[in-house]
Design a protein around this ligand. Sequence first.
Ligand code: ZN
Length: 138
Amino acid sequence: MKSYRKELYFTTRTRRAFLNITPQVEECLRESGIKEGLLLCNAMHITASVFINDDESGLHSDFEVFLEKLAPEKPYSQYAHNGYEDNADAHLKRTIMGREVVVAITNGRLDFGPWEQIFYGEFDGKRSKRVLVKIIGE
Ligand code: ZN
């Protein structure tokens, strides 16, 4: 069995952003040489997510509205976590959107359903953060 590990780095200019990281993950898969197996991709920070969904700007705007309804950023004082920090909403949003995805690898490709793309969801950005890609198989 082969094993591959890589960290990807992302810095967003805004506090919140959704980045389609499918091309970078596919590059990792090519680099690994693995043709059959499983790929894990997870955010290494507790205020960011990795999730799979459609690359459609209307949907991304809907996610933003949905998450702001469930865990509004402001007022910061509404959260017990915000004593030394202002990112309680980011922790909550990350939990809703998830930490990681696992994708099957078949014939050297990500075995996606229609329209599936991998996204990095940033909820407390403007700093460098890491995503782990781990691939096992042969
Ligand atoms: Zn925090």
